[in-house]
Each structure stands twice: as structure tokens, then as C-alpha cells.
Write a protein that binds this ligand. Structure first.
Ligand SMILES: Cc1ncc(COP(=O)(O)O)c(C=O)c1O
Length: 413
């Protein structure tokens, strides 16, 4: 006999609230209070942002780190530092957060969407070369949900076609690919410190690179295209580039610094939680758990499962609502592929124009208007997120597994 689902009036698996994330230590809070007392709130006037950048660069083994107000502008700065702009194309995955593709348009360039792999949800390297044109300047792989994209193949394609690689590591702090840290493999790596990320400053971002040239250009554009400003706030108000204000503030930096000391431990806990949940769900018919790849350390930002459509036909929304009714948080994972979003489908550009798509420098119809992304569409229809952040314990995961089991058993064909 199937157990009655909570959504249909049965008893929910869990009544307790799910563990919170993020959590901060007393030291994080003390350092935040000290930064407030210090009163120098900006990277121009105070030392905190530089301290965070230096510690980040050291931790990640990069020569340079540049803190930003969030991840999407770190990606925008990366494009600007590589001088990618009007008339250029950048290859991005079709299934990711929109923050991957928007900076391309904001740089006046064209995002070209490539389908993803069904097993990893990451860009399918076998489909990249078909998307390369004489306009392509960069590939922007995303390490989605914490798992690294196939960087060896991507690097080989980039080398063959003389393209830059910008890693969108916004979801993969501390993740590794064949021993290399996510974000350090391409020309530039970018991170987000949005509230629920592996490492968080509320809002925030970081760009890392080994190139003094890219770093210097990004640093200048981050702050109004201004020439060097000293840490005691001496400004010459000389503006040499078209820049903006993409700076991080001292309070955000103060929140980030101590978390770097805990990064490995947090990624380890996410991994042990993931392994525990994979094991617990191994007998659950109709649910496919995340693929484990032996040469990757997954940062496990999110635990993303897929409904096996040979066994369960119910719509994703209903499946998720049923899990939530059992007292377990669950959400869909990017249900609509990016190229099918109105903003891209309609070629929305600047103001009332269709620039950059209709820009004279581009002079062609964007390829993505004609494309199709069957895997991204399938993932959008079938994938759902479960939470395994470091404050989650095995007893919580037992509830997660019991809820998913109960729901799957009820919906099995
Ligand atoms: C893959 C990816 N790219 C870019 C971003 C943009 O980061 P932010 O939200 O900090 O601007 C995010 C953040 O959620 C992301 O997950």
C-alpha cells in the first residue's frame, strides 16, 4: 500500500524547519563589527577588500584577485578585460542561470547558446565546435551546481580556434577538475558570493586571473576607468577607460575573509552529505541522482536530481509540490533554457533598439534564433533541487530521502 501523500491530506514526513543557510561564526560577526567600527567602508578608503582579494588569490593559487559587487559584473569585467565587444560572439551553455549570458549582451556581444549534457548538466563539449564562427572570441563554460565542465576538451577546442576561456565558477567555489581548482583553468575565472552560495558575502563577486594585463584592465574598469587610487583614498580623478562602479564594499569583504579558512571543510561536508543522499536514494525508482565523476571534486552548491521519464510521467511542478508538502524544500532547476527566455528569443537590446543583435558591426542574424536545445529543454522539464548545505545533517537527509521515496512511489507509472 502506498503511503498517502501530504499534498493529498496524509501526514508529512517532516514538521521541523529545514536547517538554515548561510551560517556565520562568532569570528565572522566580530570581524564585521570591527569593520563597522573602523568606518572605512570602501575599497578606496579601507584595507578590507584588498585583504579579502589577497587571501582569495592565495587560497585559489591565482596571481590576482579582484573583488566586485556581484558575480554577474565579475563576468562583465572579464569580457571587458579581454576586450570582447561589438561584433563578437561568446559561447555559453543553454542551461544555466541567466547571469552567465547577460554580461555578454551588456558587453555588446552576442551569446551563442550550446546544448548541455544530460548526465552532468554542463555544456556539451562535443557540440561546441559547430557553434564556432569567424566572430567567436571566447567560450564561457559554467561549472553548474558545483561540478566542473569538461575543461580539457574545452581548453583544446579554445586552443585550436584561438579563443579565450572565461570560467563561470559562480557555483563552484572549491570545486576541482583533475586536481586543478575551478576558476584557475581558463584565462579568467569568476565567482558569485550571493547569499546561498558555497561562500557568501550577501552580494559579492570575485574575478581571478594570472594575467597582469587582464587584471589591470579589469581593476581600472571596475572603478570608473580611473587610474590607480591609493588605499588612503587619494584620487586624481583621471579617467582613462570607459568604466563603471563594480566595487565591493568593506563589510562584504569582512564577511568573506574567514569563510576562506573554512572552504575545504564546507566543501567536504557538502560532499559527505551528497554521498549519503545518493546512497539513500539509490533504491528509489524514478529518480536519477547527480553523476559522480572520479576526477572532479564537486563543490555541491546544489544537489540536482532528475525524474526518470521511463518511470514517472507526472509534471515536475506537481512532483516538487508533493515533496514540499512533505516538509522538504525542493525547487525546479532553470525550467526554461536561456535561448527560449523572452529577453533572448525576442532579441531585446538597448533602449528601443535591437542592438547589439542588429548592430552594424555584427551584421547578421544571431544563430540562436534558429537553434534548438533538446537536452536543456529536457533538463528544464525534469530536474529538481534538493539542499545539502553544511548545516544539513544525516538525520535531515533521512527525511529528504524518505520524502522523495514516498513521492516517487506514489507517482510511479
Ligand atoms: C552560474 C552563475 N552565473 C552568474 C551568476 C551571477 O552572480 P550574481 O548573482 O552574484 O550576480 C550566478 C549567480 O547566481 C550563477 O549561478
Amino acid at each position: 500500500m502506498k503511503e498517502q501523500l501530504a499534498i493529498n491530506g496524509g501526514n508529512p514526513i517532516r514538521q521541523l524547519p529545514y536547517p538554515k543557510w548561510p551560517l556565520f561564526t562568532q569570528k565572522d560577526k566580530d570581524d564585521l563589527a570591527a569593520a563597522l567600527d573602523d568606518g572605512r567602508m570602501t575599497s578606496i578608503t579601507g584595507p578590507k577588500v584588498k585583504e579579502f582579494e589577497d587571501k582569495y588569490a592565495e587560497k585559489f593559487g591565482a596571481k590576482y584577485a579582484l573583488a566586485t559587487s556581484n558575480g554577474v559584473v565579475a563576468l562583465h569585467l572579464a569580457l571587458a578585460a579581454l576586450e570582447i565587444g561589438p561584433g563578437d560572439e561568446v559561447i555559453v551553455p543553454a542551461h544555466t542561470f541567466i547571469g552567465t549570458a547577460i554580461p555578454v549582451v551588456m558587453a555588446n556581444a552576442i551569446p551563442v547558446f550550446v546544448d548541455v549534457r544530460l548526465d552532468t548538466f554542463n555544456i556539451d563539449p562535443l557540440k561546441i565546435e559547430a557553434a564556432i564562427t569567424d566572430r567567436t572570441k571566447a567560450i564561457m563554460p559554467v561549472h553548474l551546481n558545483g561540478l566542473c565542465a569538461e575543461m580539457d576538451t574545452i581548453a583544446a577546442i579554445a586552443k585550436k580556434h584561438n579563443l579565450f576561456v572565461i570560467e563561470d565558477a559562480c557555483q563552484a567555489h572549491g570545486g576541482k577538475y583533475k586536481g586543478k581548482t575551478a576558476g584557475t583553468i581558463g584565462d579568467i575565472g569568476c565567482f558569485s558570493f550571493f547569499e546561498d552560495k558555497v561562500l557568501t558575502t550577501g552580494e559579492g563577486g570575485m574575478l581571478i586571473t594570472d594575467s597582469p594585463q587582464y587584471y589591470e584592465l579589469a581593476r581600472c574598469i571596475r572603478s570608473y576607468g580611473e587610474g590607480l587610487v591609493t588605499s588612503i583614498g587619494e584620487r586624481k580623478y583621471e579617467h582613462v577607460k570607459l568604466g563603471f562602479n563594480y566595487r565591493m564594499g568593506s563589510l562584504n569583504a569582512a564577511l568573506g575573509i574567514n569563510q576562506l579558512d573554512r572552504l575545504e571543510e564546507m566543501v567536504q561536508k557538502r560532499n559527505s552529505n551528497a554521498k549519503y543522499l545518493i546512497e539513500k536514494l539509490s533504491g528509489t525508482e524514478g529518480v536519477i541522482t547527480p553523476k559522480e565523476i572520479e576526477y572532479c571534486l564537486n563543490a555541491y552548491y546544489k544537489f540536482v536530481c532528475r525524474i526518470d521519464r521511463t518511470k514517472i510521467s507526472v509534471e515536475l511542478d506537481k512532483f516538487i509540490e508533493a515533496i514540499k508538502a512533505e516538509g522538504i524544500p525542493a525547487t525546479p532547476r532553470y525550467p526554461k533554457p536561456l535561448p527560449l527566455q523572452k529577453v533572448f528569443k525576442d532579441g531585446c537590446g538597448y533602449g528601443k533598439t535591437d542592438c547589439p543583435y542588429g548592430c552594424d558591426k555584427y551584421g547578421r542574424k544571431p544563430a540562436f534564433f534558429d537553434g534548438s536545445w533538446p537536452v536543456a529543454e529536457q533538463v528544464g522539464r525534469d530536474a529538481f533541487v534538493l539542499l545539502i548545505h553544511p548545516s544539513v545533517e544525516e538525520k535531515d537527509l533521512d527525511d529528504v530521502a524518505n520524502a522523495v521515496n514516498k513521492v516517487a512511489a506514489n507517482f510511479i507509472n
